[in-house]
Design a protein around this ligand. Structure first.
Ligand code: MLT
Length: 208
């Protein structure tokens, strides 16, 4: 597998001090979807944005599912591994530090799986409307990695108990978790953008 196995967009950093972002779209999205979000939340960051390689009725995704919210977990593991390889190779090719993942919905779920299966692939993550990706996750050591989890109070796809479970799982694995439940559904709101931007600034300030 080479990094070209994922169709992707890459935007170089405007400010070498800003962390690179790995942008992971939702079901039916593509590599262009989250570039605008990335620019809004961290204007100086390099942006690495792959397109999910699984197709569901023609809609790109990052792993297969059996039904809405019911995942093919063997595929989750395999695809998370592939994404980890893509990140390693893209980092070499573009000269990047470990990125912060910014994932929405299906993209947030593969980011959560990658954190649990291959923690060294990411420096942290913003998980927008994420769910627990694996029913039997490995004992990961997230060693203080910063993770922001933004959930929607009225999300018809992600029950509140599920996002709370994910937050607990990441915390138990040693991540530094900020979990906020917004008055929103599954779609993103202005509040998501503002919170993600402030959170990235605080992570950058700590790293500086
Ligand atoms: C998923 O399949 O990852 C979740 O159900 C979110 C979605 O993509 O709708």
């Amino acid at each position: 597998m080479t990094e070209t196995a994922f169709i992707h967009r890459f935007e170089p950093a405007g400010d070498a001090g800003s962390p690179p972002l790995l942008l992971l779209h939702g079901t039916g999205g593509d590599e262009n979807d989250l570039l605008g979000l990335g620019q809004m939340i961290s204007p100086g960051s390099a942006l690495l944005s792959p397109r999910g390689r699984v197709l569901e009725h023609g809609m790109p995704r990052f792993f297969r599912r059996l039904a809405e919210g019911v995942f093919d977990e063997d595929d989750v593991r395999r695809r998370a591994h592939e994404l980890g390889e893509f990140v390693t190779e893209a980092r070499q090719r573009y000269g990047l530090a470990a990125p912060i993942a910014v994932g929405f919905s299906n993209g947030a779920n593969i980011a959560a799986a990658l954190l649990l299966l291959q923690p060294e692939a990411l420096a942290g993550a913003i998980l927008l409307r994420a769910m627990v990706p694996l029913s039997d996750p490995p004992n990961a050591d997230l060693g203080g990695k910063p993770i922001m989890l933004l959930s929607g109070q009225a999300d018809p796809i992600v029950p509140a108990s599920n996002s709370a479970r994910l937050a607990a799982l990441l915390l138990q694995a040693g991540a530094s978790v900020t979990h906020k439940v917004l008055p929103a559904g599954h779609q993103l709101s202005q509040a998501d953008v503002a919170l993600a931007r402030d959170w990235i600034s605080s992570v950058e300030a700590k790293a500086a």
